[in-house]
Design a protein around this ligand. Structure first.
Ligand code: ADP
Ligand code: GLC
Length: 506
């Protein structure tokens, strides 16, 4: 499997841009998955390049305090529904940056802990909540008298942003704003009753197939795909996959229609937060030239998850949401065989589908000392698993980008992953008998293929320790920082602005 080259970019930045991120989650305030990592890290990098970047995110009741926040005096009037809704805005910053984060407080829409859903369901009013977010973000620009050059939305929750800019707000000063829409995961699309258009005060005429309608409902993802000036997704391979019926979740024809405006840009990772040389969650530190600290981390991990403390055994880590996308049911299918046939341990962290939670919990008691499981969300343990494991398992059915395989590689932990989406673009297949590669990829989404690939990694670990060590060095030498990807986003912003305003950025 060949790594895809990153697209060439020619960055001739002329003036700083005003960029507004609108997002349902942002690290370190509120995180469900990798979307939050991205919206917390990319703005930092853009700001370091001199751009004026600001972020709007809901103030759910679970939003964490990170430093002082100040309430803005003026309440924010948001024109949705029959009467104006009033929100309170808190201003704070991404830690150690000048990136302003506006947290939108509204009891009715956001005064609850969960982002998208309660325990394993969906908030019935998600369409209204996120229509509100979109309109409120634009109202805030008006109130601040700060008109961005680009608004950058993320997944279906922000799909109505460009619809406003193309319709009701088109002939206001906001009408010049270019819109960028990033697909992090096409699977969740935000289907809603057409009444959401009434609520959002958007023209009912948009309820048609070449706009926001899909299968008789409003599809908020489609709205974003249809109306945004430029589209991005989080890896070049995923950009191709979503244009096919197999990977398009019913929207592949829309994506083919917009193919010229769509680009795949691999996410970076926060290389400060994920750095084995200084990671504050680890009992010992290490780098590519000396992995001694990694052995300490392995012992600490084994201890933490009640695994037999043994420096020689191959440890396979998992950190993931337990959902079908991640393919952990495939691991569940073959875990008993693997544990019975191979001298390995598993360190598993995650939460999600109750069936999988239950399965892994009972595997931990059935294979005590060999399988260690923590069900829940635990960032500290996520760091320890990345550092203390030898391999990292990702049998994803689909993986738009995936961040955890990049964390793993930076920690000298070799991915055992399905060749899909961003995993193809970031992991180089080990070619036996050579010193090339930094992971073990398989193609079929089956338990058997996963089983055999875990076997291959295990055999390499025990029988070819030099090759294994070489692969670790290869993995740790990869540059997963945001630098390159941030420059690609700036190119996208520039061409979107030119397309929207008819004039290049001066
Ligand atoms: P996705 O966004 O599809 O879940 P990614 O690989 O892009 O997948 O990002 C997942 C992020 O969430 C990573 O930062 C990972 O460490 C984190 N994560 C997932 N599950 C857990 C968990 N149970 N505890 C701590 N962190 C988790
Ligand atoms: C989504 C995808 C994941 C990606 C993340 C950040 O959650 O499932 O693959 O890394 O978004 O873009």
């Amino acid at each position: 499997m060949q790594r895809q080259p990153f697209a060439d970019f020619q960055n001739t930045a002329v003036r700083p841009l005003r960029i507004l991120f609108v997002t349902p989650e942002v690290e370190p305030f509120v995180k469900v998955g990798g979307l939050a990592d991205m919206t917390g890290a990319l703005p930092k990098e853009l700001a370091a390049l001199g751009h004026d970047v600001r972020i709007v995110c809901p103030a759910y009741s679970s939003v964490k305090d990170h430093g002082p926040r100040t309430a803005r005096h003026e309440p924010l009037g948001v024109d949705v529904g029959p009467q104006t809704h009033w929100a309170r805005t808190w201003e704070t910053f991404l830690p150690d940056t000048g990136v302003a984060v506006y947290l939108l407080e509204h009891d009715g829409f956001f005064g609850r802990a969960e982002v998208y859903a309660g325990p394993w369901g969906s908030h019935g009013d998600n369409d209204l909540r996120y229509a509100f977010l979109c309109r409120a973000a634009l109202a805030l620009c008006q109130q601040l008298n700060w008109i961005p050059d680009v608004v950058h939305g993320h997944d279906w929750t922000t799909g109505l942003l460009p619809v406003y800019l193309n319709t009701t707000l088109q002939h206001t000063p906001l009408g010049r704003i270019a819109s960028i829409f990033t697909v992090h995961n096409l699977e969740h699309q935000g289907y809603a009753d057409r009444r959401v258009l009434d609520f959002a005060r958007l023209p009912l005429a948009e309820f048609r197939n070449d706009s926001v309608e899909s299968y008789g409902a409003v599809n908020m993802m489609k709205a974003g795909l249809y109306h945004s000036t430029k589209l991005t997704t989080v890896s070049p391979t995923y950009a191709q996959e979503i244009q096919t019926p197999a990977g398009g979740w019913g929207l592949d024809s829309v994506l083919r229609h917009r193919a010229r405006d769509l680009v795949g840009i691999v996410n970076g990772i926060d290389t400060d937060a994920w750095n084995p040389a200084v990671d504050r969650f680890l009992p010992a530190h290490y780098g590519a030239s000396n992995l001694a600290g990694k052995a300490h981390c392995k012992a600490a991990l084994q201890h933490r998850l009640n695994l037999t403390v043994d420096s020689h055994v191959a440890v396979f880590g998992v950190v993931a949401r337990f959902v079908s996308q991640k393919g952990l049911d495939l691991l569940a299918d073959v875990l008993p065989d693997i544990v019975q046939q191979m001298h390995v341990q598993f360190a598993i962290l995650g939460a999600g589908e109750p069936v999988l939670e239950q399965f892994f919990r009972s595997a931990a008691s059935q294979y005590a000392g060999r399988v260690g499981v923590h069900v829940g969300y635990d960032n500290e343990l996520a760091h320890l698993i990345q550092a203390g494991s030898d391999c990292f398992v990702m049998p994803s059915r689909a993986e738009p980008c995936g961040l955890t395989q990049m964390y793993a590689m930076r920690y000298g932990t070799l991915p055992v992953a399905r060749a899909t989406g961003g995993l193809i673009d970031t992991i180089a297949q080990y070619i036996g008998g050579t010193t090339q590669g930094d992971g073990f990829l398989f193609t079929q989404a089956t338990g058997r293929a996963l089983h055999d690939t875990v076997g291959w990694a295990t055999a390499t670990y025990y029988d070819k320790p030099r090759d294994f060590a070489r692969l670790q060095r290869n993995a740790m030498a990869q540059d997963f920082s945001w630098k390159r990807s941030a420059a690609q986003y700036i190119d996208v912003y520039h061409s979107a602005i030119e397309q929207r305003t008819g004039a290049p950025v001066h």
